[in-house]
Design a binder for this molecule. Structure first.
Ligand SMILES: [Zn+2]
Length: 138
């Protein structure tokens, strides 16, 4: 974990709550207090109504695959051991779209609109990355 070689997100004032909650394996998003819309990535202004009136709110961690691809070519040498891996866009129930990885699955089983849920990968003492896996069928 300490010799993690891949790029890491820079934590700053606007993103710190996101990463602090991710470390606890909770997914939190900014929500506009004026129009009620969630947003991702974290930023000071609402992209819907331009309000600065913001709160953080825990979200379900559930969503659906909007699009995905399985990459066999690493973008950087640091990802060489990861290929093939799945890069995806996931639409969360709360109305935001996240770029992420789909994990814990067989690539050939993936489908557009497949229900997924968040899981967290602890990569450093400060960073846990939100990724998604197909929602287990009960
Ligand atoms: Zn707003």
């Amino acid at each position: 974990m300490v010799d993690y070689k891949k790029p890491l997100p820079a934590i700053h004032e606007e993103t710190r709550p996101f990463w602090e909650k991710a470390k606890k394996h909770e997914l939190w998003l900014q929500k506009c207090r004026d129009c009620g819309k969630f947003r991702f990535y974290p930023r000071s202004i609402c992209p819907n109504c331009f309000s600065y009136n913001t709160e953080w709110s825990r979200v379900s961690g559930r969503g659906k695959i909007y699009s995905f691809t399985v990459s066999n070519r690493p973008p950087l040498q640091a990802f060489q051991k990861d290929v093939p891996y799945c890069l995806a866009l996931v639409d969360l129930e709360e109305g935001v779209r996240m770029m992420t990885n789909i994990v814990e699955c067989q690539w050939e089983d993936l489908k557009i609109d497949m229900p997924v849920e968040v899981v967290f990968e602890d990569v450093t003492p400060l960073i846990s990355l939100p990724k998604f896996r197909p929602t287990p069928v009960i």
